[in-house]
Design a protein around this ligand. Structure first.
Ligand code: IPM
Ligand code: MG
Length: 385
């Protein structure tokens, strides 16, 4: 089996290229230490590129489809109207590449301060799986009588059984390899049509995965329980819009958007998965070296797990977590090191094999295993690659 992987790199705008640059330094170190290689192709995309060329996702689609994984920075700046890149690039990629599971770990790393007083890392280690291709993000909308006092705006949410099944099945598999607990988060008391379908699918799959304990939390109650009793949760599966909202809350609980990370996992083997930090392009601090590259570097760890390089993934994660714990502040001039220097320090720990493995919980092994497509084949859920 060759251990050479094709990786498409999309640094994007603002701090995107800075944090992706740091992640690539860490990738170099991981390759040297663990004996695999990557063939990387870098693509220009984002606000600056759109202003020059008018190009969005469709131009890159076929080219990107051939990659085994996509490492993504951040996109957007105030020069491009809101919605153009979000819909024309990010959502387009998630949908066309069937990246149906947006996997967002919410873990409090040792040494990182949470705004929740007294929260210890052992109490905060969950993964939120956000359905990434349906819901209000793709529902049709229409406006009639615009510009009059009688304007009517309709905005629908699209929910298909197949779409829910694929992300629910993935979430159960993830729960099986972690702490075997799955929570459905929705608003079934109000959004009764969609809620009924989600609940029905989860109950059906719960019977197929009897070793997993399941429960249900309304999304508003989630905003209460997630910060105050995160230990209740292992895997949380939820709808696209609810997931968008509660993962920002999760990011706050774990110390901020600078450390939060995500994987957009393709679930039908038709296209590559995409790995990105959760933060945006932060044009206000671009070029200063103030951005914390941890979110991007932790997304690299998820990418390595997905590619089957679990050992390298664990090492990258341990090194990133160790360095995070050493920083006096999570970003800005007070971080005490530039974006590039933080990347170098993490790379050095990976290269030397000196990161403290104890910083990484067992649950991460399970998460990484679930991201690996070859493991999923054993469940019969997908054809072989
Ligand atoms: C996210 C972001 C995106 C979303 C935007 C940039 C389209 O908020 O990844 O959570 O709404 O999904
Ligand atoms: Mg969001």
């Amino acid at each position: 089996m060759t251990r050479n992987y094709s990786v498409a790199v999309l640094p994007g705008d603002g701090i995107g290229p800075e944090v992706v640059g740091a992640a690539l330094t860490v990738l170099d170190a991981a390759e040297a230490r663990y004996g695999f290689t990557t063939a990387r192709a870098e693509y220009r995309a984002g606000a600056a590129h759109y202003r020059e060329t008018g190009e969005l996702f469709d131009v890159l689609e076929e080219e990107l489809r051939g990659a085994q994984a996509i490492l993504f920075g951040a996109m957007g700046d105030p020069s491009v109207a809101p919605g153009i890149l979000e819909r024309g690039f990010i959502l387009e990629m998630r949908q066309r590449f069937a990246q149906a599971a947006n996997v967002r770990p919410v873990r409090l790393y040792p040494g990182v301060a949470s705004p929740i007083t007294g929260l210890a890392p052992e109490r905060c280690d969950m993964v939120i799986v956000r359905e990434n291709t349906e819901g209000a993000y793709v529902g049709q909308g229409s406006t009639v009588h615009a510009g009059t006092p009688h304007t009517v705006a309709m905005q629908e949410s699209l929910n298909t059984r197949a779409g829910i099944e694929r992300v629910v099945d993935f979430s159960f598999r993830l729960a099986v390899s972690r702490r075997k607990r799955l929570t459905l988060c929705h608003k079934t008391n109000i959004l009764v049509e969609a809620g009924k379908l989600w609940q029905e699918v989860v109950s059906e799959y719960a019977a197929r995965y009897p070793e997993v304990e399941t429960d249900y939390v309304h999304v508003d109650a989630m905003c209460f329980h997630l910060p105050l009793s995160p230990e209740r949760f292992d895997v949380v599966v939820t709808d696209n819009l609810f997931g968008d909202i509660i993962t920002d809350l999760g990011a706050v609980v774990q110390g901020g958007l600078g450390v939060a990370t995500s994987a957009n996992i393709n679930l039908d083997e038709s296209a590559p998965s995409m790995f990105e930090a959760i933060h945006g392009s932060a044009p206000d601090i671009a070029g200063k070296g103030w951005a914390n590259p941890s979110g991007a570097i932790l997304s690299l760890a998820l990418m390595l797990g997905h590619l089957g390089e679990g050992e390298a993934a664990m090492a990258v994660e341990a090194a990133a977590v160790q360095v995070l714990g050493e920083l006096p502040a999570l970003s800005g001039a007070e971080m005490g090191a530039t974006t590039g220097e933080v990347g170098e320090r993490i790379a050095e720990l990976v290269r030397s094999g000196n990161a403290e493995a104890g910083l990484v919980p067992d649950s991460l092994l399970g998460t990484l295993a679930a991201l690996e497509p070859s493991r999923a084949e054993t469940s019969g859920a997908r054809p072989a690659r």
